[in-house]
Design a protein around this ligand. Structure first.
Ligand code: PLP
Length: 377
């Protein structure tokens, strides 16, 4: 028998989330962001469910090749653009659109030999200060691109740093508007947080959001909340697309004062019963999710006990006398009973965000690519 741990991918939930986001951004075309191997889900596993998107956005040429090999004929966007000259040959061969965020990328385009002009997304740094031209350089960059025979249509793009936080997007939206108001081309501004912001705070944000011909949604497609954990994914009617489940492989009866795991970090304050679960940090479960992180055992709420080790962790069974060896443990997502443990609740307990948990799912965890959502939800 393989070690009893599985990641279940729920295509129905992906499909549902895509429809929800379309409702929230009815006037925009939608990039399904599948970077980082579809946020840990596996590009091949999400492809059919997301095939209703208008385009597929990612970072790596290797991932772009996989998307084309799956038969995707629609737009593919390289969110960070090309990294070296010969990447442009792959863009021509695979018909990839790409972001242009710096002069060096324009130099590469100018030196590229092609008969087919490429579609580019000119990235404006409106305040995130990672990639992009400063607002006052936008016009010159656009003019330079526009003069190149290698370049076809030019779209305008920016990325918000605080769409789900208290700072909001007003200042960045204003900077983007000012930089681009007299430039033609499609606009591509919103990430998941900005789309959900508009959905949940319509009145507040309708004036501040620039018109967006394209939205770039990642985490919300996967049923997770954006960075700040606000708004909650469930409030936005999103469903979990990945469930991580394992089993109890042993139980221990503790006396008062007994300790659990490496470093003896947990001491039993009274007699307790614990279960040892076939899941550890080498499976992608964060080591920072020690004592107190929520888990579901046979669909009922419990918590982790002590340190997470490489291949195992401990859960409290004291209040769950009917759960023992073989009990189902849901680390995040849906239990087979239909109970939900949001990945964001687990992430919060470990001091991180759902994105990181999804992306860190380890290659050794077997994946069930086409798992039905539990009936009773
Ligand atoms: C990853 C990424 C997105 C998607 O962000 P989410 O928060 O997952 O929706 C959008 N735009 C760019 C440029 C990105 O790198």
């Amino acid at each position: 028998m393989p070690r009893p741990i599985q990641a279940l991918i729920h295509p129905d939930a992906l499909h549902h989330n895509l429809q929800v986001l379309r409702r929230h951004a009815p006037d925009a075309r939608l990039w399904a962001v599948v970077k980082a191997n579809a946020y840990g889900h596996g590009i091949e596993h999400v492809f059919s469910a997301l095939a209703g998107a208008d385009g597929i956005a990612l970072l790596d040429l290797e991932e772009a090749r996989r998307v084309r090999a799956l038969g995707w004929r629609g737009p593919v966007l390289l969110l960070e653009g090309v990294f070296e000259q010969r990447d442009l040959e792959a863009c021509s061969r695979l018909d990839l659109w790409h972001s242009v965020h710096c002069e060096a990328q324009i130099d590469m385009l100018a030196a590229h030999k092609t008969h087919v002009p490429q579609r580019v997304f000119l990235k404006i740094n409106s305040g995130m200060n990672r990639l992009g031209f400063a607002p006052h350089q936008a016009r010159a960059a656009w003019t330079r691109l526009n003069a190149l025979p290698q370049v076809g249509e030019i779209s305008l793009m920016t990325h918000f740093s605080d769409a789900d936080g208290p700072l909001g997007i007003a200042a960045q939206a204003q900077a983007f508007q000012t930089a681009t108001s007299d430039l033609p081309g499609e606009r591509c501004v919103s990430n998941s947080a900005a789309v959900l912001r508009r959905a949940l705070h319509a009145r507040q944000s309708q004036h501040e959001l620039p018109a967006s011909d394209w939205v770039r949604t990642g985490i919300a497609l996967y049923g997770g909340a954006p960075d700040f954990g606000q708004p909650d994914a469930v409030d936005a009617d999103l469903q979990a697309t990945m469930s991580l489940r394992a089993q109890v492989i042993a139980t221990q009866q503790l006396q008062t004062g007994d300790t659990v795991g490496y470093g003896s970090c947990f001491t039993a304050p009274q007699p307790m019963r614990i279960g040892i679960v076939a899941c550890g940090y080498a499976d992608g479960y964060p080591r920072s999710c020690g004592t107190g992180t929520p888990v579901l055992v046979d669909g009922r709420h419990s918590r982790t006990i002590g340190r997470v080790s490489m291949d195992m962790l401990a859960v409290d069974l004291t209040e769950l006398p009917n759960s023992g060896q073989g009990a189902e443990v849901t680390l995040w997502g849906y239990a087979s009973s239909g109970a939900l443990l949001p990945i964001d609740a687990v992430a919060r307990a470990g001091g991180t965000i759902g994105y990181e948990l999804m992306c860190a799912l380890a290659a050794r965890v077997p994946v069930v690519a086409d798992a039905a959502l539990p009936q009773a939800r």
